[in-house]
Design a protein around this ligand. Structure first.
Ligand code: NAD
Length: 317
């Protein structure tokens, strides 16, 4: 029987599919340093990970019987994909499964940030009883999303899912993407109606200059895409949301831009020094924070589990 180690967990729908196809699913979480030994000692054929487990050259070299590495999610920066493939190992991921979940998190942050919810949630438990009226005054100057411009940097799967939600809320959407010059978006509603939009890409500078809010949806890069120079180009009092990868937004420049009121707020699901975000980021009252949960809805985890299981069955059976 082929054994699959799901080191960062796997939704029960995926486990059931694999077991019904004759695989054994091992749900032990093995520490990074023990991983190679564990894979060899337990005759693991397929290793499934999310973002926590790193599958580098050392592990690939040490595990000659490993036939498949699966990433539940999109970004493959925790796996040495070219090296694994050069050794004949199948490397798979589930790029479609979590686009809507990440896009919804963008709006969870954005709708909260324009009404000061992150700071209000910090202060209401402390002062809500004693200083209700002054807190009410502090948080009364909120704004609305309808009619505002959302600039999207990176117009792939998640960027486009975010655009559809923004358009549905009555926002104007502009975008920049090296590879997507023009995009046709069909927004589907619950009753089967669809509305189509056609958008043309612009350069980064013009997107930054025109947007009330900027949302980042690019893959991991060598350098920052948004540093001090780019933050300076943004509208005064605007906001930025990063749910893509930590290293694309310069956090030192971000804190400066928030301190000097160039930006009104930032929303971060990903961090430069993940999993130990900087204290200056964590304590900043103008930053809305989540611990890299963009893809972590029950629905997305179910889709990821099923997609991974189906690919494993196809490739290893
Ligand atoms: P995708 O490949 O579909 O789209 C990325 C787009 O970015 C592409 O169209 C590409 O041309 C464009 N791009 C790349 N570099 C660019 C640049 N410098 N400037 C402008 N555009 C650029 O990817 P996706 O599925 O939409 O995922 C986007 C990001 O979201 C990835 O970084 C992924 O790791 C991240 N993500 C985060 C979570 C989370 O939990 N927060 C979950 C899933 C994905």
């Amino acid at each position: 029987m082929k054994i699959i180690l799901a080191n960062d967990g796997l939704a029960k729908e995926g486990i059931t599919l694999l077991e019904n196809a004759g695989f054994e699913v091992n749900l032990t979480h093995v520490a990074q340093e023990q991983l190679a030994n564990y894979i060899n000692a337990n005759k693991i054929t397929g290793l499934l990970v999310r973002s926590a487990t790193k599958v580098n050259k050392e592990i690939i070299n040490a595990c000659p019987d490993l036939k498949l590495i699966g990433r539940g999610g999109v970004g493959m920066d925790n796996i040495d994909v070219p090296y694994a493939e050069s050794k004949g190992i199948h490397v798979i991921n589930t790029p479609e499964a979590s686009s809507e979940s990440v896009a919804e998190l963008v709006f969870a942050h954005l709708l909260g940030a324009v009404r000061f919810l992150p700071d209000s949630n910090r202060n209401m438990p402390l002062e809500g009883e004693s200083h209700f009226k002054s807190l009410k005054k502090s948080y009364s100057g909120g704004t609305e999303l309808r009619g505002k411009t959302l600039g999207i940097v990176g117009f792939g799967r998640i960027g486009q899912a975010t655009a559809k939600m923004a358009l549905s809320l009555g926002m104007k959407v502009i975008y920049t993407d090296h590879h997507v010059a023009q995009a046709n978006l069909d927004i589907s509603f619950f009753d089967g109606q669809t509305v189509g939009f056609s958008l043309i890409g612009q350069d980064l500078e013009s997107v930054l200059k025109q947007s009330d809010f900027v949302s980042l949806h690019v893959p991991a890069q060598e350098d920052y895409i948004i540093g001090a120079k780019e933050l300076e180009l943004m509208k005064s009092g605007s906001g930025i949301i990063n749910t893509s990868r930590g290293g694309i937004l310069d956090e030192v420049a971000l804190v400066d831009a928030l301190d000097n009121d160039q930006l009104a707020f930032a929303c971060l699901d990903v961090f430069e020094s993940e999993p130990h975000p900087e204290i200056q980021i964590l304590m900043n009252p103008k930053i809305s924070l989540t611990p890299h949960i963009g893809a972590s809805t029950l629905e997305a985890q179910e889709r990821i589990g099923i997609e991974l299981a189906e690919q494993v069955i196809k490739l290893l059976n």
